[in-house]
Design a binder for this molecule. Structure first.
Ligand SMILES: *[C@@H]1O[C@H](CO)[C@@H](O)[C@H](O)[C@H]1NC(C)=O
Ligand SMILES: *[C@@H]1O[C@H](CO)[C@@H](O)[C@H](O)[C@H]1NC(C)=O
Ligand SMILES: *[C@@H]1O[C@H](CO)[C@@H](O)[C@H](O)[C@H]1NC(C)=O
Ligand SMILES: *[C@@H]1O[C@H](CO)[C@@H](O)[C@H](O)[C@H]1NC(C)=O
Ligand SMILES: *[C@@H]1O[C@H](CO)[C@@H](O)[C@H](O)[C@H]1NC(C)=O
Ligand SMILES: *[C@@H]1O[C@H](CO)[C@@H](O)[C@H](O)[C@H]1NC(C)=O
Length: 517
């Protein structure tokens, strides 16, 4: 069944060169959008949240609240507020004085929250809050069984977001002892149609990430001093032609062509509306869309042609061009349970082709718009090699939003999996020797049989796959380089995985076959 093999590239290279830190992997089934960070090595660590047993948690200064929803496009998330202590009108977080955010952290409480203070002492009645008997909090307590203990307590309602309420909803023994908050409350609705209680927080758009040295930045950005703050901290500034996109956390291309830029096109259309009749506009929009569709189609055809030429010319025997439909079908539309792994480069899914062939499908990260050309370049490299100890590329697909590479499926996971965790006992020393031998053979083939020679540059146990008889196959050519090209690129940017990188290459940027150790 040993199906072919190669591995993948561009995806890794591209991600390494664009993102300083990748977005965090999902927490259970919940996506964790940039800049939110569940670990020090993903997202922007100053936007720290936590992931515990599949639930996202938000830590306030003295407490923890579950996150119930996230809207990355408007930088907002909602947390579930503290409940009442059973059979009382006292908030469970009263001992820590309610919800208090760290004012030095980039989160605040939005003005979309309508907040009720309940069980208040009489002194509150002098406050500027609405504590009248027809205040909405009475209506709420009257109509809500979980708040039934709060009926007949003094209570007040207000809209959050003033300077005193940006970072806290304060309850205390000498004031109000419980609270409830509702996001975007429509006061006209009856209480039984209100949303679940929640407190909406907003985060500040993240600045470019900080860096200790150029190594911390992707190739799309340059590590330099932050002139505006004079703090002595260095920042990854996007290179010219690229622009920091705080929503996705990448240096993206600036939009120069109004036709292909959502915002500018809207503005253009809006301008025209004034001058021209509605009919004319409809016509124009139709025409623009038609032109755009045509251009996209031409571009796709060009890419398909180019890739086909490469695949056919390269000797990549059975390498083929897959359609988006085939890939979606094979991976069950990228179903969660077919996810094999996630890395800086993107995601790898397990799939089964129509003819029963098991495959591994690697997708670039969304937002890597320059990815396609690099995929082609990598495919070019990979199609020149064919060896039993190298994972084999079956083909690729550029029809979907992200370029995809399709590899032979290697059933036994990575060497790293087997050296760690529950599988530890399975690999005898004889197996290990065989794996080392197979890996060396694969690398020797790349160095001495491929013309020109190819340097892998990222040899590590998580890149050695094991087939059913536990023989090793070298995978992940994302950082590979043809020996005689790209020298300038190599000398500006020593890439690989820290901890596995050849120290001489790391120091001197001199890449040789000896760097693959
Ligand atoms: C209101 O708060 C006071 C002071 O903490 C407490 O003694 C009382 O039981 C609370 N009222 C209700 C209905 O829980
Ligand atoms: C909240 O936490 C801070 C810092 O950890 C601590 O100084 C303070 O006493 C705590 N406040 C309450 C009410 O627990
Ligand atoms: C508040 O945030 C700042 C900066 O992130 C941090 O240094 C500090 O320890 C935090 N304080 C508390 C009480 O969590
Ligand atoms: C208090 O809220 C109620 C209900 O929303 C409203 O009718 C009333 O005018 C408010 N009173 C003050 C003083 O704002
Ligand atoms: C709450 O219910 C009580 C008794 O059913 C009623 O007297 C009171 O007016 C109600 N208050 C509001 C604000 O609806
Ligand atoms: C919260 O932060 C956002 C983003 O910086 C800002 O626009 C907003 O005014 C802040 N809101 C409050 C109530 O401070």
């Amino acid at each position: 069944m040993a199906k072919p093999l190669l591995l993948a590239a561009l995806l890794l290279t591209y991600a390494v060169c664009t993102l300083s830190l990748p977005p965090c992997p999902p927490c259970g089934s919940t996506a964790v959008p940039y800049p939110l960070s569940t670990a020090p090595n993903c997202g922007d660590p100053s936007y720290k949240i936590r992931c515990a047993t599949g639930t996202l948690l938000f830590d306030s200064v003295n407490n923890t609240y579950p996150i119930t929803s996230i809207s990355p496009s408007i930088q907002r998330l909602t947390v579930a507020p503290s409940s009442f202590i059973p059979n009382t009108c006292i908030a469970a977080d009263l001992p820590s004085n309610g919800l208090q955010l760290n004012a030095s952290a980039p989160f605040n409480i939005t003005s979309s929250n309508t907040i009720f203070y309940l069980n208040c002492s009489d002194s509150i009645l002098n406050s500027p809050l609405n504590c009248t008997s027809n205040s909405l909090c009475h209506v709420y307590a009257n109509a809500t069984s979980s708040a039934s203990d709060c009926v007949n307590t003094a209570c007040c309602a207000f809209r959050a977001g003033g300077s005193t309420t940006s970072y806290r909803i304060r309850v205390r023994e000498s004031g109000c002892r419980a609270y409830r908050s509702f996001v975007n409350l429509d006061q006209g609705l009856p209480v039984n149609r209100w949303p679940q209680p929640g407190v909406e927080l907003q985060w500040i758009l993240p600045p470019e990430p900080t860096c200790g040295s150029q190594r911390d930045c992707g190739s799309g950005s340059t590590c330099g001093p932050d002139r505006s703050s004079n703090s002595g901290v260095n920042t990854c500034f996007c290179n010219s032609g690229l622009q920091w996109d705080p929503v996705t956390g990448v240096c993206a291309e600036e939009c120069k062509d109004p036709d292909s830029c959502g915002k500018d096109r809207t503005a253009l259309i809006a301008g025209l509306t004034v001058g021209l009749g509605v009919a004319l506009i409809a016509l124009l929009i139709g025409f623009l869309f038609y032109k755009r569709r045509l251009r996209i189609k031409e571009e796709q055809e060009r890419l398909t042609r180019e890739r086909e030429e490469i695949l056919n010319a390269g000797g990549g025997k059975s390498a083929k061009v897959f359609t988006g439909k085939e890939i979606k079908k094979a991976t069950n539309n990228f179903a969660k349970d077919s996810l094999l792994g996630v890395g800086g480069y993107g995601e790898v899914y397990k799939g089964v082709l129509e003819d029963g062939t098991m495959v591994a499908v690697k997708c670039a990260k969304l937002g890597n718009t320059k990815g396609t050309d690099q995929v082609l370049n990598e495919v070019r490299i990979l199609c020149q090699v064919n060896h039993k100890n190298l994972v084999r590329l079956l083909g690729c697909c550029v029809e979907l939003e992200q370029p995809l590479l399709v590899y032979e499926f290697v059933p036994n996971g990575t060497l790293l999996d087997h050296l760690q965790g529950g599988n530890r006992g399975l690999l005898s020393w004889k197996h290990r020797l065989n794996i080392a031998h197979a890996t060396a053979e694969g690398l020797a083939y790349l160095h001495f049989s491929a013309v020109p020679p190819i340097y892998h540059r990222d040899v590590k146990s998580s890149n050695i796959l094991l087939e059913e008889k536990l023989n090793g196959k070298v995978s992940d050519f994302g950082l590979s380089r043809l020996a005689h090209t790209d020298l300038s690129h190599i000398s500006t940017c020593a890439q690989g995985t820290l901890g596995y990188l050849d120290p001489e290459y790391y120091r001197n940027y001199q890449l040789t076959d000896k760097s693959d150790v």
